[in-house]
Design a protein around this ligand. Structure first.
Ligand code: ZN
Length: 473
């Protein structure tokens, strides 16, 4: 059974979905005022792997990820660059989708924008006012009153701070400093919508509650996001949804660790972010995934070029062990049955333990060592195990270069190197003859000539196998 860490209870809990066989997930999406950075990549790849594993375990997943297309940051940026908010957001949504496609993350079932769910947000605010959890301040804004609940601070464990600030009065037209805005008054020229409380726009926290209520009803299984969203965003969400419905709406709160660059958290607002597409100009998506996977999703991850290069090396090791094996030899063979079962079990156990990707990743290397050992003894068994390695790799979104891709890559390399398969085979024959005559210099020269054309030779038992080199950089 899958165990996952619940930020609210600070314990690992069984997945145990509300509806058997269906896991409902809401993840806070991107605010569209800039390009996605590596920190976004980390969060969404982590949830992609989590969702892949949940699906592999036989559950259906209903996955909702919102887009915050109206917000203070969007307005500020739109004014700065001199475009309307809707055009700014639209252009960054297009770019976000390009980035997410590149990094190959799971597509949500629905991806609603804030501006398309205004009616639901207004209904939600209305419900909070009716239940006396929210009030209208002298600015004409709707404010959530945290004094109406005794559970504020549960998620972020900040009850003591809350008690202190609660003593403050008339704080910026709010009854306490932690009271938060549900419906804002717009400044002149800002986008706004009609509401029972006059024209305005939604606050950030109410947006997510209204959207997850619309798509997942009042109670759902997993609510996730980056660690920096715990307070105030998720704390405020928790309190407003608990006010509306009986008990907490979310079974399990999940948070991904921060990405660190030069000892500082990487974020758009700190202006120290590295854009995903800048990294993709030098490295492929699997390399970036491999980098993320080496840390547990809840741990902080320090980004450095050294770590990217280590990820490149790791992937090369896995692809090298797959090289020369035959594709799709995933048949039952009694010789590999034991090791395949053991590896699959260890992999699943690692993933079931709160998605322990570093451990799951290490199992792939154990398999690749076995494949390398077998390749020189029995290619059928090695290929059989290689199919299994690919299958486990795919659960992490890795080793996705299939036979067709590899054939295509191979053809491309041969065309680029201006060499034909016949020529390669003639050179191999010539080299084997040289080796049998102990003409080592000639044999080495032929190997070097082929390497120059990106052709790598591997001597396996009495045979020599060639491959067009797959360069992942
Ligand atoms: Zn949110």
């Amino acid at each position: 059974m899958i165990c996952l860490y619940n930020t609210l209870t600070k314990t690992k809990e069984l997945i145990n979905p509300i509806k058997p066989n269906l896991v409902t997930i809401y993840i806070c999406g991107v605010t569209t005022y800039d390009l996605c950075h590596l920190g976004h990549g980390r969060t969404f790849v982590a949830f992609d792997i989590i969702i892949r594993h949940i699906r592999h375990c036989g559950y259906k997943v209903r996955y909702i990820r919102n887009i915050t297309d109206i917000d203070d940051k969007v307005i500020y940026k739109a004014v700065k660059v001199g475009v309307q908010c809707k055009f700014l957001s639209k252009s960054f949504i297009v770019e976000m989708h390009k980035d997410f496609k590149l990094v190959n993350v799971a597509q949500p079932n629905h991806e609603p924008c804030t501006t398309k769910t205004i009616r639901h947000i207004i209904d939600y605010v209305y419900m909070l006012i009716k239940k006396r959890y929210a009030y209208l301040n002298t600015n004409g804004e709707v404010i959530y009153s945290i004094k109406t609940t005794n559970s504020y601070g549960l998620l972020s464990r900040q009850a003591a701070i809350y008690l202190n600030v609660n003593k403050l009065k008339n704080f910026n037209n709010k009854r306490t400093s932690n009271d938060f805005v549900l419906w804002k008054r717009p400044k002149p020229g800002e986008p706004s919508w009609d509401s029972p409380w006059g024209i305005g726009r939604p606050g950030w926290h109410i947006e997510c509650s209204a959207i997850n209520h619309k798509y997942l009803a009042s109670h759902f299984d997993i609510h996730g996001g980056g660690l920096d969203l715990i307070f105030p965003h998720h704390e405020n969400e928790l309190t407003q949804t608990t006010s509306c419905f009986d008990g907490s709406c979310v079974r399990i709160w999940m948070h991904t660790g921060i990405l660190i660059l030069n000892k500082e958290k990487m974020s758009k607002s700190l202006e120290n972010s590295i854009k995903l597409r800048d990294v993709f100009s030098s490295y492929d998506a699997e390399t970036i995934r491999a980098l993320y996977i080496t840390s547990h999703y809840r741990s902080p991850l320090s980004f450095s070029l050294k770590k990217v290069k280590e990820a490149v090396t790791s992937l090369k090791r896995l692809y090298t062990s797959l090289r020369t094996t035959r594709f799709r030899l995933n048949v039952a063979l009694k010789e590999t049955k034991g090791i395949k079962e053991e590896m699959v079990e260890r992999f699943i156990n690692a993933m079931n333990d709160d998605f322990n990707t570093p451990k799951a990743f290490s199992i792939l290397f154990y398999m690749s060592k076995r494949i390398n050992y077998l390749k020189h003894r029995n290619l059928i068994l090695a290929s059989n195990l290689a199919s299994n390695l690919r299958s486990l790799g795919s659960r992490l979104g890795l080793l996705s270069y299939g036979s067709i891709d590899l054939m295509y890559i191979q053809e491309t390399i041969l065309t680029k190197a201006k060499i034909r398969i016949d020529d390669i085979e003639k050179l191999i024959k010539k080299r084997n003859l040289a080796r049998s005559n102990k003409q080592w210099h000639l044999s080495d020269n032929i190997r070097a000539k082929l390497i120059d054309k990106s052709i790598v030779l591997e001597d396996v038992k009495d045979n020599t196998i060639w491959n067009a080199s797959l360069n992942l950089q």
